[in-house]
Design a protein around this ligand. Structure first.
Ligand code: AMP
Length: 367
């Protein structure tokens, strides 16, 4: 069976690696030069909305999926005769923060207060109605904390408006969360759902820095599992999804969802019986889903900008190199540790994090 994958970054690479043992052949479409997934399948170099390239992919493949959520929905909607999973209604809802929040509301999934902002007057109204601080975000094309500004004082409004005004925006109440989590789940073609253990995430400069799982909180697990079930069933979803949530005491508030495999689930490759990547491929190919159970206590450290020499020779970590050229802010690899207790996992991930911090300061000071 041939699976067309739109996007050939590191997520495509990991999808391609998990596809091989399932005897699925991946064909990728990506505009980049030498994208990571070219190592695991043929890659057509073209824009994501290139009609000819998409038509070729559709003609050659049995099913189409994507590893990147800013693919133009209109371009995919024109593909005839080949199923696209996850369904386009999921892609379309996730591409616009306003429709995403309306969907959460409709599903009674709790979320921070919000207001659409299309003018400077709307921004003033949002500050009045939501109270300060607020987070002003572009409705579309935001990622890794880009396209957003926190307004803490009334005087921050002009600066935020100068930066983001002119685009369709949304204002959200600032959530004083305890920490952030994501719940990753996969839904198969017959509606069966598997939910991965809840993952706790930290960010640095708006980019995911570390993830650890499982979280010792059955109550939060149950809530998150319930919310992700509602989302998947409503969207008649097929594939893997990630729902990101803020933890406030015993409550969860939805932030956003990604209709694809997710960086906060990289640890599932070594840490679970069946990874998020394998389950995504199983779902889109119509195969039975694998078990998401943990094999131990896992932690993942992202490698952003450059790869410290010593992570290549770690004794207790699984190092993944995406084969990308190094550039500030670019995700170039990650390390996963799997331990027999939460304490030893935390110690191992702290060792990797220290290597990354020391390497970053070495790069900055040039020593
Ligand atoms: P997002 O692109 O919406 O995932 O936002 C990136 C990061 O900004 C999140 O992971 C949070 O750390 C932070 N953030 C986003 N929205 C809010 C909010 N309403 N309140 C507090 N922090 C937020």
């Amino acid at each position: 069976m041939r699976v067309g994958v739109i996007g050939a970054g590191q997520l495509g690479l990991m999808l391609g690696e998990s596809a091989k043992p399932l005897q699925l052949e991946c064909l990728f479409l990506d505009p980049g030069d030498q994208p990571p997934a070219a190592a695991v399948g043929d890659c057509r170099l073209a824009a994501f909305d290139d009609a000819d390239a998409l038509a070729e992919l559709a003609a050659f493949c049995d099913v189409i999926t994507y590893e990147f959520e800013n693919v133009p929905v209109d371009a995919l909607a024109k593909l005839d005769g080949v199923p696209v999973f996850p369904p386009l209604q999921a892609l379309s809802a996730a591409q616009d923060r306003l429709s995403e929040k309306q969907l959460f509301e409709d599903l009674s999934i709790p979320l921070p207060g919000y207001l659409a902002v299309d003018s400077r007057d709307d921004l003033d109204e949002a500050v009045d109605r939501l109270g300060l601080p607020i987070v002003l975000k572009t409705r579309r094309f935001g990622y890794d904390g880009k396209g957003q500004a926190v307004i803490r004082n009334s005087s921050d409004r002009d600066k935020a408006w100068d930066e983001l005004g002119g685009m369709a925006l949304i204002a959200e109440a600032f959530v004083p969360f305890d920490f952030e989590v994501s719940v990753i789940a996969t839904r198969g073609q017959s509606g069966d759902i598997v939910v991965y253990p809840l993952t706790q995430n930290t960010h640095a400069n708006g980019i995911l820095d570390t993830s650890i799982a499982p979280l010792d909180s059955p109550r939060l697990e149950t809530q998150a599992g319930d919310y992700v079930h509602r989302l998947l069933d409503r969207l008649d979803y097929v594939g893997t999804v990630a729902l990101e949530l803020f933890v406030c005491g015993e409550k969860l508030l939805a932030n956003e969802f990604a209709p694809r495999v997710h960086n906060s689930g990289h640890w599932t490759i070594e840490g679970c019986r069946c990874s998020q990547f394998e389950n995504h491929m199983r779902a889109v190919a119509g195969l039975p889903l694998g078990q998401p159970d943990c094999e131990g206590y896992s932690g993942m450290q992202n490698l952003v900008g450059s790869i410290p020499d010593s992570v290549r020779s770690l004794e207790d970590g699984h190092f993944h190199d995406y084969g990308k050229s190094e550039r500030p802010g670019r995700k170039v690899g990650h390390v996963t540790v799997v331990a027999s207790s939460a304490e030893s996992r935390d110690r191992a991930i702290a060792r990797v994090s220290k290597i990354v911090t020391q390497w970053a300061s070495r790069t900055v000071t040039g020593t």
